[in-house]
Design a protein around this ligand. Structure first.
Ligand code: TMP
Length: 212
């Protein structure tokens, strides 16, 4: 059975992930490539319920409980969606994955990176994406963009220093895994970013012997 490719998008709030995922998946589909787009947290029956708990600003959650809920969502997501589609040869594009847990719960909330990495090893067997696209942007710009669409999720209400730690976290993670990461400057026009993503992805997929 042919195995597909697992691509994730990461970045702070308002980095433009959803827009870029939509553009990329349309381009791939037009080329006749079987493509699935998905996201975390919340893209399974159980996940929807977990997402409501996680992003409800009026519900207080202990940081470790929060961490475990993200892992619960991810386990269900891998089993129900990511793995079945990968095993059918799909390109699976996921909006956020374990790097978000490292950046938000680790660098943002201050939970030990070692603990998160250990849980990742035990629970997910360190399952990771083939390619991760990090849309890098300053939190001032990202949060301003999201304010306009009045998102007001739990993390939009966090402080600027929190988002700065998250951004730094993402850049730090990317710098330790340059084989997997493609870092893109998110502070440019939508089309310019989309073109860069497509070109760099094509190059990277060639290296993985996945031609299109
Ligand atoms: P979204 O706004 O991209 O849908 O993501 C929902 C929020 O969940 C976002 O603010 C980041 C947060 N998040 C974490 O804190 N840890 C995680 O592991 C994931 C997947 C998301």
């Amino acid at each position: 059975m042919k195995k597909g490719v697992f691509i994730t998008f990461e970045g702070i709030e308002g980095a433009g992930k959803s827009t870029q995922i939509e553009i990329l998946s349309e381009k791939l589909k037009k080329k006749g490539i079987k493509t699935l787009t998905t996201f975390e947290p919340g893209d399974t029956e159980l996940g929807k319920k977990i997402r409501d708990l996680l992003l409800n600003p009026s519900l207080s959650i202990n940081p470790l409980s929060e961490l475990l809920l993200y892992f619960a969502d991810r386990l269900q997501h891998i089993e129900e969606k990511i793995n079945p589609f990968l095993s059918q040869g799909f390109v699976v594009i996921c909006d956020r994955f374990t790097d978000s847990t490292l950046a938000y719960q680790g660098y943002g909330r201050g939970i030990s990176i070692e603990l998160i990495t250990t849980l990742n090893k035990i629970l997910l067997n360190s399952f990771k994406p083939d390619i991760t696209i990090l849309l890098d942007l300053s939190p001032e710009i990202g949060l301003e963009r999201n304010k306009k669409i009045k998102k007001n999720d739990k993390f939009e209400l966090e402080t600027l220093p929190f988002h700065n730690r998250v951004r730094k976290g993402f850049l730090q993670i990317a710098s330790t895994d340059t084989e997997r990461f493609i870092v893109i400057d998110g502070n440019r026009g939508i089309n310019e970013i989309a073109t860069e993503i497509y070109d760099k992805l094509k190059e990277r997929l060639k290296k993985l012997k996945y031609e299109f």
